[in-house]
Design a binder for this molecule. Structure first.
Ligand code: FES
Ligand SMILES: [Fe+2]
Length: 422
């Protein structure tokens, strides 16, 4: 449960909302898959934090990321011609080169060169890492370093990226990414796929949560009792500001070198872009997205409906044994739930229980980061020197009398050597 004021502080990102400012100023945004952009191809419209942008790949392969509105009279630059290493507005022909300078102004007869030099274009630095365009939308003159997550240091073919835009607030999704307690219940009908890695009867049991704070966010460890006094410890991680490292499988099962990171980027207050980075530290990543056979990588789990169709739920399928009635894939179960919670859920009327410990912790971590930012302090995750590449989920079986922290720390993690990203 949160106060209304804290809920607003947590969720709102548009304009001068402190959370949006904190996010933009301190963190790079995974914006769009690199493969979507072709040299001299159609520019693509994007919206983040309520602001409209346009992204394109120039003739020589560089990426340009501008405010969508033409600096002249605000026509959409998404209508522009992408040519000669720049974008040309089709209204009066102003051309902005890929670095964000106005270089041609064909409708100015007095002193076009001087006029060009005077115009300020909203343009943003980008980096391309593991097949993703990352953009810095903040106000700092010197952008912070990119977070050097493990998956960002792998060969590109080891990483698979899936994205989809969902009509609800980003926090609904961040919560789901660290909520291990729902996995064996909401996703019960998809758990067969993972049965070698996470036995369903174990995953469905009530979890005890332990939370350990770190400079990157926190580790939430789920402890579940097994027959014979043993227990299973499984860690998830919340990494500032929107990364959820979901639970992994048992280290001795096939596919133990696979991992997944779930990201929720605010499009505006009522929509978010979900990005999944699935990766294999040892080999090229296959399709290990449960339940999906064919899908569009850039719209991999589109919403099946809104409240008027009960979010597209299939009651017939439920009669025939499907637990949730969302057949297409596991993510459609998550997104239907998230939309049903409300575009911004009323968190003043929740009743939280013990398995919501990590959820509460994440909310307060982000709220504190926004408050620290407002107070001129360095928010969590923005201090220099954090080694993000060390973050990974682990699973360990713990015998009676053993310490679960020691067992988890000793679990094989198949690490790849860290690489610094600048
Ligand atoms: S509005 Fe773009 S050149 Fe006039
Ligand atoms: Fe889920």
């Amino acid at each position: 449960m949160l106060s209304e004021a804290d809920n607003q502080l947590l969720c709102r990102v548009e304009g001068d909302a402190p959370m949006g400012r904190m996010l933009r100023d301190n963190f790079w945004v995974p914006a769009i898959r690199s493969a979507r952009l072709e040299p001299d191809g159609a520019p693509i419209r994007l919206k983040f934090f309520g602001d409209d942008y346009v992204v394109f790949r120039s003739t020589d392969g560089r990426v340009g990321f501008f405010d969508e509105a033409c600096p002249h009279r605000r026509a959409s630059m998404a209508l522009g011609r992408n040519e000669g290493n720049g974008l040309r507005c089709i209204f009066h022909g102003w051309k902005i080169d890929v670095s964000g300078k106005v270089v041609e102004m064909p409708n100015e007869h007095r002193d076009p060169e001087r006029m060009c030099a005077k115009v300020k274009v909203g343009h943003y630095p980008t980096r391309e890492v593991v097949g993703m365009v990352w953009v810095y939308l903040g106000a700092k003159a010197e952008p912070p370093p990119l977070q050097n997550f493990e998956f960002m240091t792998l060969p590109e073919e080891h990483v698979r990226i899936l994205t989809v835009d969902i009509p609800c607030n980003w926090i609904n999704s961040v919560e789901a990414s660290i909520d291990d307690a729902h996995v064996g219940i909401l996703h019960a009908s998809f758990m067969d796929v993972y049965k070698d890695r996470r036995p369903h009867e174990v995953v469905a049991g009530p979890p005890a949560y332990e939370v350990d704070q770190h400079p990157y966010g926190f580790q939430g460890t789920v402890l579940r009792s097994l027959p014979g006094g043993r227990s299973m410890a499984s860690s998830t991680h919340f990494a500032m500001p929107w990364f959820g490292f979901t639970s992994t499988g048992r280290p001795d099962a096939p596919g133990a070198t696979r991992r997944a990171v779930h990201v929720a980027i605010p499009i505006d207050d009522y929509n978010y872009r979900q990005v999944f980075f699935s990766y294999d530290v040892n080999s090229p990543a296959e399709n290990f997205f449960a339940g999906a056979t064919e899908y569009d990588q850039d719209n991999f789990a589109p919403p099946l409906g809104g409240p008027e169709t009960v979010w597209g739920q299939d009651r017939e399928a439920m009669k025939n044994g499907h637990f949730s009635g969302f057949l297409s894939n596991l993510t459609s179960e998550d997104t239907a739930i998230q939309m049903s919670q409300g575009a911004i859920p009323d968190r003043t009327h929740e009743v939280l229980c013990s398995s919501d410990k990590a959820i509460g912790f994440m909310r307060h971590t982000l709220i504190q980061a926004a408050r620290d930012y407002q107070a001129g302090k360095v928010p969590l995750g923005a201090a220099p020197g954090i080694d993000w590449s060390k973050i990974r989920s682990r699973l360990a079986f713990v015998e009676p009398g053993e310490n679960w922290r020691d067992k988890l720390a000793a679990a094989p993690d198949f690490r790849v050597p860290a690489v610094a990203l600048t």
